[in-house]
Design a binder for this molecule. Structure first.
Ligand code: NAD
Length: 477
């Protein structure tokens, strides 16, 4: 772990095994941080804050730009670590993720000087201006599905704004982030970034309730997000939550083509085994194209190569761990047990053969699914897509919005009026039209409803989530 600029183990020497989910073998051990380690890290961050908060913003940004360069030079090493620990395929996921994280450091390094305040015209005899001040020690917690880019995002936003932070990596995928923390440690003063590895209930919970933590930033499940919000409420600290989703992809009759099929596959994040908060996992297809679109979709999905995440030829790797694998299989079993459901492609994973060596699940698409069924309502976080027909666009929008989540959505039509009317009617923090891409730095990102609170990924998100406004009024009389 990285605490106060030092590479350290847990104070009691305990460790966690890190497994490669494609082979089910242990590939590393990392420290299992407990309460004492959390306290050490938070104290270090609190000490570093006194100096870091005063560093000129562009100087803070310059250090982040150095981190970006150092990380870019190590792209391959970090990407291979991520592929091995997450099971995410190197070509389609792990390498693009690391490049995305470099881009995040560059973006926030570049905008660090934009922490501008305002002057307020209260009259000729008073000067009133505002300052964007950092909040203090940020306690940040990230999940395993895109560990490096999500971790980079917390670090870059918090540090550019003049905060210091203690970041907890996910227990299943700490290796790539440990490497990134080491690179950050070479550019940032000791204590500005502290990285802990440990379990959620031990290390994460201790971080969330530490009295010196002045801001909580969490990315993960809605269930744990609720606990984090309780911890924030106990001490009245601001909180940012990036939580789960069950995002709709609405396809209109004029978009039944290969471009849409590829976009739906990309939006569903099939090549990340569907393990994405923004996965477009509810496919709402116009009835007139229902069968034709599913035929094209399954034909395309059969071409995806599933296997060794470190192999450049692989499109789709393995599910993160046994618990998630069992959970995804339980949802597939639930769908298979429904007499009305039709499996368009996929199903339960093979019990024999090379894919049985790891936690591999094939792309699975169900048709004949009721909108109210569990597989259509709950976040599966696996490569399982449900297809539901509609006839009236108002029904499509009603189904899209009939969810306690509201993170992302996808609209597929070549008609601009229909596209924008639908985009505006959908209750989601992010709607993509005719594309199924990932986030870009600069775009404010975050959820409606139970998908989260606050925005990240942009200058505006950094200002809102990682600074506090101070007003100063001065008498000129
Ligand atoms: P999770 O909520 O189980 O764990 C996320 C992190 O929280 C991990 O580091 C874990 O150790 C920690 N944690 C667990 N219990 C804790 C506790 N009691 N106190 C403090 N910390 C605790 O989620 P996961 O399974 O790792 O990730 C999948 C979830 O993350 C999905 O719901 C997905 O949608 C969501 N996610 C959201 C976004 C987003 O930007 N909105 C991005 C990625 C993932």
């Amino acid at each position: 772990m990285l605490i106060d600029g030092q590479s350290v183990g847990a104070h009691d020497g305990r460790v966690i095994d890190v497994e490669n989910p494609a082979t089910r073998t242990v590939i590393a051990q990392v420290p299992r941080a407990g309460e004492a380690d959390v306290d050490r890290a938070v104290q270090a961050a609190a000490r570093a804050f006194e100096t870091w908060r005063r560093a000129p913003p562009r100087e803070r940004g310059r250090r982040l730009l150095e981190v970006a360069d150092a990380m870019e030079a190590e792209t391959e090493t970090i990407a291979h670590l991520v592929a091995r620990e997450t099971g995410n395929a190197i070509r389609t996921q792990a390498r693009p993720e690391v490049k995305g994280a470099v881009d995040v450091f560059r973006y926030f390094g570049g905008v660090a000087g934009e922490l501008k305040g305002e002057t307020i015209p209260l009259g000729e005899h008073m000067l009133c201006y505002t300052r964007r001040e950092p909040i203090g020690v940020v306690g940040a917690i990230v999940p395993w599905n895109a560990p490096v880019v999500l971790g980079a995002l917390k670090v870059a936003m918090a540090v550019a704004a003049g905060n210091t932070l203690v970041l907890k990596a996910a227990e299943d995928a700490p290796l790539g982030l440990l490497r990134v923390a080491r690179l950050c440690g070479e550019q940032l003063p000791a204590g500005v970034l502290n990285l802990l590895t440990g379990y959620g209930e031990e290390c994460g919970a201790a971080l969330a309730r530490h009295p010196l933590v002045r801001k909580l930033s969490f990315t993960g499940s809605t269930e744990v997000g609720r606990l984090i919000m309780h911890a924030a409420a106990d001490r009245i600290v601001p909180v940012s939550l990036e939580l789960g989703g069950k995002s709709p992809a609405i396809v209109f009759p004029d978009a039944c083509d290969d471009r849409t099929v590829d976009g739906v596959i990309s939006g569903m994040r099939f090549t990340r085994q569907g393990q994405s908060c923004t996965a477009g996992s509810r496919l709402l297809l116009h009835r007139s194209i229902f069968d034709a679109f599913l035929d094209k979709l399954s034909a395309r999905l059969t071409t995806l190569k599933i296997g060794d995440p470190s192999d450049e030829a692989t499109d789709m790797g393995a599910i993160i761990n046994r618990r998630q694998f069992d959970r995804v299989c339980a949802y597939i079993e639930d769908g298979l047990g429904r007499p009305d459901a039709r499996v368009v492609i996929g199903g339960l994973p093979p019990k024999e053969g090379p894919l049985a060596q790891g936690y591999f699940v094939q792309p699975t698409v169900f048709a004949g699914v009721g909108h109210e069924w569990r597989i259509a309502r709950e976040e599966i976080f696996g490569p399982v897509l449900v297809a539901i027909p509609w006839e009236d666009e108002r029904d499509a929008v009603r189904m899209a919005n009939d969810s306690h989540y509201g993170l992302a959505a996808y609209v597929w039509t070549r008609d601009i009026r229909t596209a924008l009317a639908t985009a505006h009617a959908i209750e989601s923090g992010w709607v993509q039209v005719n594309q199924g891409l990932g986030q870009f730095p600069g775009q404010a990102y975050g959820g409606f409803k139970q998908s989260g609170i606050g925005r990240e990924y942009s200058l505006e998100g950094m200002l809102d989530s990682y600074t506090q406004r101070k007003s100063v009024t001065v008498s000129l009389q």
